[in-house]
Design a protein around this ligand. Structure first.
Ligand code: GLP
Length: 266
């Protein structure tokens, strides 16, 4: 696992944008795995700007989002499809027929989960997966004690996750407590993974994910098993790590060896 610590959320976002830019320049038809939440917004703004300037294009790319609230259709303003349209897809040159979400409005969510796995497989799997992290270590909506081998399925959200995400809902608005999410096993099949975390609320989850042990209690700790996972942090999210100086040292050495290789090694 490669750990990159930047001074600010904006620098962390730019570093992650460099990874995405390199991926798309090297393989314009890449399959990207995308995430919602407030953390990726700076990264998405950076990608939008680069796309506007012609420095990268999503024209041939396709995307698969990690998760969707159960029961919310694509036009529901609280759906993750709606969020992604606003935050990214409507502002870049992507073909929206190639942007995918689990069909959380399906009357048969178990079948929708199987269909999503099949669609992912048919697309050739994810080349570069973006992740955020919940304060309890969840990735996608894989809450603590999710099987490390899990596939796309329905998950019940924990009280903590519901409370953490309540800020996106108005007081009387219905807030779903179930979601369809890629599994941890599904996520680990991506060829490369980038986890982005900023702010002090993520420091404890990051400590557990990076320093271990690998445990279903902290789903993001499963990334230690992945051969090409990069965890990109700002100083605050790195604040509980035992030895942040070590990661800064490694990063400096890597940069000196290969200045354009952001996030390639693990
Ligand atoms: C939700 C999403 C996760 C995301 C998490 C953190 O639970 N399902 O994919 O990582 O929120 O969100 P934020 O970046 O807003 O802290």
């Amino acid at each position: 696992m490669r750990v990159v610590i930047k001074d600010t959320p904006a620098e962390a976002a730019r570093y992650a944008a460099d990874v995405f830019t390199r991926q798309l320049l090297g393989q314009p038809g890449s399959v990207l795995g995308l995430a919602t939440g407030s953390t990726p917004l700076l990264l998405y703004e950076e990608l939008i700007e680069r796309c506007r300037l012609g420095a990268l294009s999503f024209r041939e790319a396709s995307t698969f989002n990690l998760d969707e609230y159960l029961g919310l259709g694509a036009t529901h303003p609280q759906s993750y499809r709606y969020f992604m349209d606003q935050a990214l897809f409507d502002r870049i040159d992507i073909d929206k027929t190639r942007t995918h979400f689990p069909d959380a409005a399906s009357p048969d969510p178990q079948k929708a989960a199987r269909d999503y796995e099949r669609c992912l497989r048919d697309a050739g799997g994810v080349d570069l997966q973006l992740l955020g992290i919940g304060a309890n270590g969840h990735i996608g909506f894989n809450e603590p004690y999710s099987s490390l081998g899990s596939r796309t399925r329905v998950k019940t959200l924990t009280a903590q996750t519901v409370a953490d995400n309540a800020r996106f809902f108005s007081e009387d608005e219905f807030q779903p407590q179930l979601a369809l999410t890629m599994g941890i096993g599904t996520i680990l099949e991506a060829r490369r993974i980038v986890l982005l975390a900023t702010g002090p609320a993520k420091a404890s989850a990051i400590k557990q994910s990076v320093e271990g042990p690998i445990t279903a209690k902290c789903p993001a700790s499963a990334l230690q098993l992945h051969p090409a996972a990069t965890v990109i942090l700002d100083i605050e999210a790195a604040g509980a790590l035992e030895d942040p100086a070590l990661f800064r040292h490694i990063e400096k050495q890597d940069q000196a060896l290969s200045p354009s290789a952001n996030g390639v090694a693990s």
